[in-house]
Design a protein around this ligand. Sequence first.
Ligand code: HEM
Length: 656
Amino acid sequence: MGYSCTPKRYQMDVIRSISSYALIMAFDSHNVDESTATVDIAVPAGIEVQVSITFQQTYRQIISETWLSDDSLNKEEFYASDHLEKSGDSTTPAETIERQLKLRFLYFIEGRQRPIPSEMLEVITESQGADSIALRIVARDESSSGASDIDMFARVTLYDPSSPAVEHGLGGATTSDEETTSNAEEPQDVAPDLSNIQAEIVPGLNKAYQYFIFFRFNKISGFRDTMKSEIIPVISTAKDVFDMLKKKEFPSSGLPNTDWEYVGCSVGFSSIGLSKLGPNDYLYDEAFHRGQKQDAKDLGDKGIESEGEFLPDWEDKYLEEIHGVFQITAHNDSKGKAFVYQLKQAFSYSGGIKTVLSFRTHFRPHPDTRNEHFGFRDGISKPEIEGYTFDDELPIRFPGSPVVDPGCLLMGRKGDLDKDRRPAWAVDGSFFVFRRLRQLVPEFNSFLRENGVKLFPSLTPEDAADKLGARMFGRWKSGTPIVHSPDEDDKSISEDNDKINNFQYPADQEACPFAAHTQKSYPRTNMPGSNDHLFRRASIPYGFELDASEISTSTTQKDRGLLFLCYQSSIERARFKYTQQRFNNPDFPFSPLQSEKPGQKPGYDAVIGSSPRYMTGANPEKPTDKLSIPFRFVEARGGEYFFMPSISTLNKIADE
Ligand code: HEM
């Protein structure tokens, strides 16, 4: 359905449509294919938009607001309510390009979103002035008939900010990206209770081995009993680990250490799992509630589409319903294995869980212990939080790392973008993202060899391949940032903790391509608001080392990759998913880079973008040249989103 109007002062070509957005719903292990009503509004360049949303019934409803520009996700806001008569407001500043506003209308029931059918939606032009137009989008309860039974509505007002009428009050307040997310005026949080926070969220558990147990509930009462008597007392808390780190007792991640007997343990629940346990208020994160399987297409995973349903090309076990995950970490493998055995035994007595998938992994053997399978040092850059990851007794390991508020990781804390509306039980919890990412290492190496010599003919083939790899990652294999050392891997920098993460990106591609993995993931000062999208990574490799046959044929024959693990207070709106989607957005990072560097559209993330793709800036001497990358080097093979509650909430769950 289309719509257009022509106010006097400017051409405001508003196109609106109500369409069906395919969504796969999972209710009690049945897959129900339904569709969600979506209203699309085209917003011309230079026009500001105000969205206000009103909910009128007692049960929970959701209206999500997504911004698209130039076919790629630009900005995302989100509204939901579980209160009678609650309303929300937002204003987005005018932008210089046409954007698309997508409003989706859903109910939230039993831990899952339920779509409102398109027929239930109605769009009315509420008012139309010289410089503005207001649309009212109404959703009615399926069971209701009359206008008085309207369930929720969104009002979308579009106006021209340059109009004198707007300057005199029509437009309302405008907020910039930075202002929206700033919490400068918020009162400081009270001192954190670190003993109430799972250590895996913050400060993180150093490890040499990691064991995963993905499970479904079998007997909920048995699960609660075992959690209460056996598991909650051994969950690692932030206090335990922070104290050990300060005493310099805890070995760093990587090498096994039989003298270190401590075993870490954490637990998280999927959205379906949480709804079965009890605390099932809406957590204001659409991706989490949808689940990663339903999110896989948005994340750029491979898969097949049939009749509006997307089935990701994942390993079978990850396609099953998963309710939760235990993560166990150790430096001493025997201790770790014994802990896993005892945990499984405890649940076998109570019948609490059924294991969906259980496996063990470890870092790569020496001398590659710090490196992921492409050979690059990982685990360097991470956000630091005063009182949680560093303090006077434990200084920041890599100076230059961003210092952020605790709400980056913890819900309900300063810096959590949805702080004021989190349910009380969610405070000090965090979202955990698990992704099994397969790496095609021989193919990646062969791409570097083939293209390195073409781009850098004056170098030896080996040096040319290394240089291309470094420009695709933003760091040399040792971890040295290429902005510090553009021509060679200067290991004196990577071995210097004061230098390895202490840098900014220049506003051109000479020192570092805009599409290099590290700049795409975290553009630092090249993109305002970069710190609002940070999360804590705790990834670990899995699978086999390369063998001779794979090297000689340049073809992957054995499974290997990265278990990408990260923690954050928001998946959809601000952190993991936002970052992942930028990898496949050729325009990111946008400003001020592009206006200053015409023709240097960054392209896709060179390492983990989907295919076929390109990047600019691979050759510093010809920064507008596009390097074509015909296939993926990284393929998602499974994943899920989990919520990791505080210890007090775990106790409440166990006591139900
Ligand atoms: C197999 C897949 C991946 C590989 C091999 C990989 C590898 C790396 C390496 C080598 C670094 C630099 C070292 C460091 O700063 O720790 C890095 C940084 C980073 N990666 Fe990845 N990564 C992968 C997937 C992802 C994914 C899926 C995301 C997020 C959606 C991500 C986000 C980041 C971030 C945020 C940084 C830090 C950037 C900075 O602060 O400078 N990576 N990655």
